[in-house]
Design a binder for this molecule. Sequence first.
Ligand code: ZN
Length: 671
Amino acid sequence: MKKLIPAFAMAMSLITTSCHKDEVKTDEFDYTVDKFADIEVLRYKVPGFEDLSLNQKKLIYYLTEAAIWGRDILWDQNNEYNLPIRRMLETVYTNYDGDRNSDDFKNFERYLKQVWFANGIHHHYSTDKFTPAFSREFLVAELDKLPAGDWTASQDTILTIIFDSAVAAKRVNQAEGQDLIATSANNLYKGVSQAEVEAYYDALKNPADTTPISYGLNTRVIKEDGKVVEQTYKLGGLYSAAIEKIVENLEKAQEFAENDAQRCIIETLVDYYRSGDLRTFDEYSILWAEDTDSKVDFINGFIEDYGDPLGMTGAWESIVNFKNEEASHRTELLSSNAQWFEDNSPVDSRFKKDEVKGVSAKVITAAILAGDAYPATPIGINLPNANWIRAAHGSKSVTLENITQAYDEASHGNGFNEEFVIDAETSKLLDDYLFITDNLHTDLHECLGHGSGKLLPGVARDALKAHGSTIEETRADLFALYYLADPKLIEIGLLDNPEAYKAEYYKYILNGLMTQLMRIEPGKDVEEAHMRNRKLIAEWVYEHGKADNVIELVKQDGKTYVRINDYEALRGLFGQLLAEIQRITSEGDYPAARDLVETYAVKVDPKIHREVLDRYARLSIAPYKGFVNPVYTPVTGEDGTITDITVSYDEDYVPQMLRYGRDYSALKPAE
Ligand code: ZN
């Protein structure tokens, strides 16, 4: 599971702790790389890379190569025409010899930048198809100037996909009551209906199996001779050419593994890529979860299932990272107290874990972001996703602090506080404590929230179906919110002020009730799981605290502001909702999950929505941010051996995208 940065946090000016301030002043690093449409592209630093050993640098280098080589897989998973479309657009872009300041070209360039950012033709967050602002005639005229392109799909088909708004309109459709497969434009299913896929998996699953594989995680489901079958992503199977390059670089990385455990992890992952056997993936996941000693770590594979409306197939992603020892002290304190948090939560004891195993948490420095984690990236990750592995072997939870730091630095002085925060006192609270409590919220969410609680026997991982992701994120967020205000955090030295939690509480409610709506187009519903979860929580506590006036929406000068009158009562409400969400999860109570999501998480009040959009429009804040990667370059000695790996930060967005497209195109379009 991943934690995305809340709209509020990434928009806010988060000037906080003194050490942090010092760094800002002396820092000439230019974080903003590019801005277009609703996107701002940033860069991130990799502090500490230079201090790693040569072996660790080589290990990271080959892992980053294995990461970038998987890029095409995700593009194809997102839509079957993404690769030919990218190839066509890049060819036109690089060969264009007309006026680069003309409206058509500028609109074309913006569209291409959007497509790059989304790894395809659908918005990375809303999953709606982009609407090109350039004309079909412009593109056709440019294509006519080029030699016949090898797009593998016909030019007419590609043009229809790009320009016909009714075709492939949405990558992931979550609308209740529709055939979610037929109406989703991803490439994870072909020629099968939702009912057929559900029946297919129901027949495979054995409810008595206590260690089930993650069905469908690495497959596309199609129909062959009238029968529903899975095509496996593996060497010799689907995406073989890209997987071959991944495996090749994993094997090189393996030579520089830090220890036997890590060598074994890489070897098992390679075995899995060779066989496609999900039992082997589980073995790998267990080894990976149990390795808490290695400094360098990585994710590489089909991991998160948000791109699949049924929550089965994993989107390909990779993040390579190494431990930030100093900051990890924070998360180590939390995990060493994991059992205390589990025992003291407001959840019914039937749903608690008797023994919380190995909740391992650390703060990491990301070295590369790839696949589904690039350019838009999570700020926290908790894996593996398989519930039984988490229960029996624990899970590993990380916070990507060089990424949160880049968000923070890039947001200084953007005017957000002045526009949305009710008064100077609250602004000061946020200035003083939001950076630390926001990081703590991420730590709690990842290392304790997702790992807490248990399913009752016989309850399936996907019992909550399309609402599973939203409820799971709600659960982890509530666990974090509830404990953020607990004296325990002061006792173990993570916070120094009993009022500090109010900063995160205020931010969370403001975001959930109002500011995150800036990401939604007028008239649309909230769809993304994390946004739904924040809305669900904020709206629920607002309504249930109404009688006691816990949270108030007040009008000043025609503007709506959030005022929190009773923070302690608010904590109580978070606890109540946590107990209910845990019950729903543990019992697999689908109707209750659906009712909560539909009542609180989906529908937007058009008046407040309009107001938020208008107020945002006056600030120049991009709703979404993402990153370019640093560039790693091997330095070789006279005999050709690698003597060092350098890291540089000067590659811009367009050059990086074109370079990846040129040098890491593993898949023939439409494979
Ligand atoms: Zn999460």
